[in-house]
Design a protein around this ligand. Sequence first.
Ligand code: GTP
Ligand code: MG
Length: 198
Amino acid sequence: MKENIQAKFVKSSGSIADAPPPLKPEFAFIGRSNVGKSSLINMLANNKSLAKVSATPGKTISINHFLINNAWYLVDLPGYGFAKRSKEQRATWEKVMFEYFAKRENLCGVFVLIDSRIEPQASDISFINKLGEMQVPLMLVFTKSDKNNQSVTAKSVNRFKDELLKYWEEFPVHFITSSVTAKGRESILQFIEKAVKS
Ligand code: GTP
Ligand code: MG
């Protein structure tokens, strides 16, 4: 069923003022550079060339809208934690992103991607905490799970959970994915479709 998903690029915007009218529910995807965001978006959409890799990662701030099944927007957001971003670029990122999270009225939730292979990163924790403070609904996606066996991935997720539970009362909804095997695809799409219909 999901094989026939329709995904259409709509627009790249520099801020929510330029974004498509907020007339359909939307779900955003974000994470540190190289976490596997483009690969995940392409895996979900079953289209290997949908999310393009930026030539100058971290430099341009663009909010990219894709329309899925003519029903909801998938939004590819510029990531955080770029060592190469200047102070000014970082300030612009914060301004644009936190305005988006605070004001985008059709935003139903943000999927925060975490590399399932590595130790909990301070930049991930502080970004998640910031979204929590803003009361933005968030879901976690642990990427690249094909690179380890299930028990190693489970340990890594638990380590992240322990770290997050220092700040949170509950561990958010989370998914374990692989863009190579398409693990997690159905679960994420079902989660979104259920939210869109309710
Ligand atoms: P930037 O846009 O550059 O910040 O990166 P990104 O977060 O979009 O990551 P991208 O999808 O470009 O993936 C980064 C690297 O990780 C690439 O070499 C991918 O092939 C690899 N990769 C991404 N997802 C997976 C996965 O699920 N499994 C494996 N084995 N490799 C992955
Ligand atoms: Mg990318």
